[in-house]
Write a protein of this length. Structure first.
Length: 188
């Protein structure tokens, strides 16, 4: 749990959990490759280079990364057939998306985002995302408050939310579209 309007509760699965000392955990069986993220220092330095600073993130980014059918069996879990009755029989479910807590999830998210950017490279916003993306957060900046921020909010195919900016105009537009991050101070 965290103090947040957009995601007050996030379920994180302990994919390192073992039944005992002998069997392997799910994370023990998954390949770990750290994502080749953009350099955070460079993003932060560029962030305040122009008059208009903007931060936003991709809404529920990890949940949009689908697992292939043949990979879903390793994400099986038991659930009550009737959650209101703790003695009801158990059913088996499988996840369709990457798990919060799996060692490979950050790599899978970033690889999926890079693939999406490559497939949509004709969109002017792709360059900004490619340069100013860190995991699922975007920290960027503009020279022309009116034109750049209008284009930014209208042209991306990603579902961006939790917008924050030093621009009153962008905050007003984000508020009208119900995507404004109202937390103050903004955490960057």
């Amino acid at each position: 749990m965290k103090e947040s309007k957009t995601t007050p509760i996030r379920i994180v699965f302990d994919c390192s959990c073992r039944m005992s000392l002998e069997p392997l955990s799910l994370n023990d069986c998954l390949s770990y490759e750290p994502p080749n993220l953009n350099d955070l220092k460079s993003i932060l330095l560029r962030f305040r280079r122009h008059p208009v600073a903007v931060s936003t993130d991709i809404k529920k980014a990890f949940l949009h990364v689908q697992l292939a059918d043949e990979d879903r069996d390793v994400t099986r879990f038991f659930w009550l057939s009737n959650p209101e009755n703790p003695t009801s029989s158990l059913i088996t479910n499988r996840f369709k998306a990457v798990l919060f807590g799996a060692t490979c999830s950050p790599f899978m998210l970033y690889a999926t985002l890079l693939k999406h950017l490559e497939l949509n490279k004709e969109n002017w916003f792709t360059g900004i995302l490619h340069r100013d993306l860190y995991v699922d957060n975007i920290l960027t900046r503009f020279t022309d408050e009116e034109e750049d921020t209008r284009l930014l909010m209208s042209s991306t195919s990603f579902n961006l939310h939790s917008w924050s900016s030093n621009s009153k105009q962008l905050r007003s537009k984000a508020s009208n579209e119900d995507v404004l991050d109202e937390e103050t101070p903004t955490k960057v």
